[in-house]
Design a protein around this ligand. Structure first.
Ligand code: URA
Length: 209
């Protein structure tokens, strides 16, 4: 059933704690984002459909299963979502990657879309939007709108830390979407940062502040 999936696996919780630490530097932060994305991807792909095939082992014919034909696309929201791409493609190397670029304007509320490039066959794919922070939900809702306008019917969202406000905003507008996150934090501050959160994930990842 669509909705929120809070992934409480100890490895994910441990890595999120290391990311929360303000003394964690950019290199380690990037590695942690990537490793967490790999672990979360394992959960977010749990319900991929399988089909039975016959494979010849060195000893016999085995009836066994492979992922059925519908393919996957990961959609990182630029720029912080880029930090999750290596981690998710480690598990699904054949996935295509679509990019959606958005930034928050000076009031930290409205999102401005400045870039979009999706795979041509996006409508036929299972899609997983990746962004480490689900804050107001505005960027994710915009990205979901864009995918739906392109004909996509199977959409998931993977974020590392989410706010209750962001989760509500996304599930209210798009109740058919699954959200996977590793932590549901207290809420947003006046500047729409998640508290306690990780800080600005893009800045911490790319060392821009
Ligand atoms: N984006 C971030 O990088 N951090 C937040 O807390 C909220 C949005």
């Amino acid at each position: 059933m669509a909705g929120l999936h809070l992934i409480e696996h100890p490895l994910i919780q441990h890595k999120i704690s290391l990311m929360r630490d303000k003394n964690t530097g950019a290199k380690e932060f990037r590695e942690l984002v990537s490793e967490t994305a790999t672990l979360m991807c394992y959960e977010a792909t749990r319900d991929l459909p399988l089909k039975e095939v016959e494979i010849e082992t060195p000893l016999a014919i085995a009836k066994t299963k492979v992922i059925s034909s519908r393919k996957i696309a990961f959609i990182p929201i630029l720029r912080a979502g880029l930090g999750m791409v290596e981690g998710v493609t480690a598990l699904v190397p054949a996935a295509k990657i679509g990019h959606i670029g958005m930034f928050r304007d000076s009031n930290h509320k409205d999102v401005v879309k400045y870039y979009s490039k999706l795979p041509e066959d996006i409508a036929e794919r299972h899609t997983i939007i990746v962004d480490p922070m689900l804050a107001t939900g505005n960027s994710i809702n915009n990205a979901i709108d864009e995918l739906k306008n392109a004909g996509v019917t199977n959409i998931k969202v993977m974020c590392i830390v989410a706010s209750p406000e962001g989760i509500d905003a996304v599930l209210t507008k798009h109740p058919d979407v699954d959200i996977y996150c590793g932590a549901k934090d207290k809420g947003l501050n006046d500047e729409n940062y998640i508290v306690p959160g990780l800080g600005d994930a893009g800045d911490r990842m790319f060392g821009t502040k």
